[in-house]
Design a protein around this ligand. Structure first.
Ligand code: A2P
Length: 273
C-alpha cells in the first residue's frame, strides 16, 4: 500500500492507493443525456492494453472502493484513457462516478483483459461490431485502431439505443474519425456506422436482431447476408442482447471464438449482471 493524495470532487484527501492500482486524473467529462456520459483520464506511462479490452475502475471514496468492469473506449495508441458510462442513481459506482469533475481522481486496476480484440477473430473481409447502449465503448476503441483496418476490408459498427439522443456519442466519434490524421484515411469508405432506435421516431428503427432476421440490415447496407466465409462479428450489450445476437450469428453459420481459439465471432460478457 502507498499513501497518496487523491482528489474527490475538488477536495484533496489522503488515500492509500492499493498495489496493482493506478490513481489517475480526470481530464474531461461530457454528459450526453441524463443516462449517458463520457470521461477521459490521464494514462499511466506503463499502462499497456489491446484495443477492445476492459479494466476495473473505481473511486477513492471509501476504504474499500467498489470496482466495476469498464471497456476502454480509446485506442491503444491514445495518450489518455476514455470511458463511456451509464448513470445509475442507485448504482454503487455510477451514482458517484456520474458526478466526477476535471481534476478528480479515478482508480484503475493495472491489468486489462477481454475478448473483443482483433486477435480473437480469424481474418475476414468484413467485421460487424454489434452494440447497444454503452456497449459501443469497446468498438469506439477498435474503430480508432489502424490494426482493425489492416485485418478487415470493411468495418460495420451497428449501434442500437432506445432514443435518438443516445446515439450522439457514436455519431460524433465516427465524424471525428473521418477527419483524424492517423485513421481517417483508413476509415473513409471502409468504416460504416449503422444506427437504429427502438423507442421513438427515426429513419432506422428496430432491434438489431430483428433487422438481421428480416434482412433489412443487409439491404440497407447493400451487402450480402452474413456468411462465415467473409464475415466476422463482435457483440457487446446487455445479457439478453448478447444471447439473442449470438443465436442470430450462429444461425448464419458463425462460430464463437476466444483469445486462445480465434473463430468467426466473439462476445464480451464482463459487463452483464
Ligand atoms: P428495446 O427498447 O426494444 O428494449 P437497454 O438500454 O435496455 O440495454 O437497451 C438498449 C437497446 O438494446 C434498446 O434499443 C433495446 O431495445 C435493445 N435490446 C434490448 N434487449 C435486446 C435483445 N434481447 N436483443 C436485441 N436488442 C435488445
Amino acid at each position: 500500500m502507498t499513501d497518496d493524495v487523491v482528489i474527490i470532487q475538488g477536495e484533496q484527501t489522503e488515500f492509500a492507493v492499493p498495489t496493482g492500482v493506478f490513481a489517475e486524473t480526470v481530464t474531461s467529462v461530457e454528459h450526453y443525456t441524463d443516462r449517458l456520459f463520457k470521461f477521459r483520464i490521464s494514462r499511466p506511462a506503463s499502462f499497456r492494453f489491446r484495443s477492445g479490452e476492459f479494466v476495473m475502475i473505481g473511486l477513492p471514496n471509501a476504504d474499500k472502493p467498489v470496482y466495476r468492469a469498464y471497456s476502454i473506449a480509446s485506442p491503444s495508441w491514445d495518450e489518455e484513457i476514455e470511458f463511456f458510462s451509464i448513470k445509475v442513481d442507485d448504482g454503487p459506482l455510477t451514482e458517484h462516478l456520474q458526478k466526477i469533475q476535471v481534476g478528480d481522481t479515478v482508480l484503475m486496476r493495472k491489468k486489462s483483459t477481454g475478448t473483443l480484440v482483433n486477435d480473437a477473430l480469424l481474418p475476414g473481409k468484413r467485421v460487424y461490431m454489434f452494440s447497444t447502449g454503452t456497449g459501443i465503448a469497446p468498438f469506439a476503441s477498435l474503430i480508432r485502431d489502424p490494426d482493425t483496418y489492416e485485418k478487415f476490408d470493411e468495418v460495420i459498427l451497428t449501434h442500437t439505443c432506445r432514443e435518438v439522443s443516445e446515439l450522439t456519442y457514436g455519431k460524433e466519434l465516427v465524424a471525428q474519425i473521418m477527419d483524424d490524421p492517423l485513421v481517417g484515411e483508413l476509415a473513409r469508405g471502409r468504416l460504416r456506422h449503422y444506427c437504429s432506435i427502438t423507442r421513438g421516431d427515426y429513419e432506422f428503427k428496430g432491434r438489431i436482431t430483428d433487422l438481421m432476421r428480416s434482412g433489412k440490415l443487409f439491404s440497407d447496407l447493400d451487402v450480402p447476408p452474413i456468411n462465415p466465409d467473409e464475415d466476422r462479428g463482435m457483440i457487446c450489450g446487455s445479457m439478453a442482447m448478447l444471447n439473442d445476437t449470438k443465436a442470430a450469428l450462429e444461425g448464419f453459420g458463425l462460430v464463437e471464438g476466444a483469445n486462445n481459439k480465434p473463430a468467426t465471432f466473439v462476445v464480451e460478457r464482463a459487463f452483464v449482471d
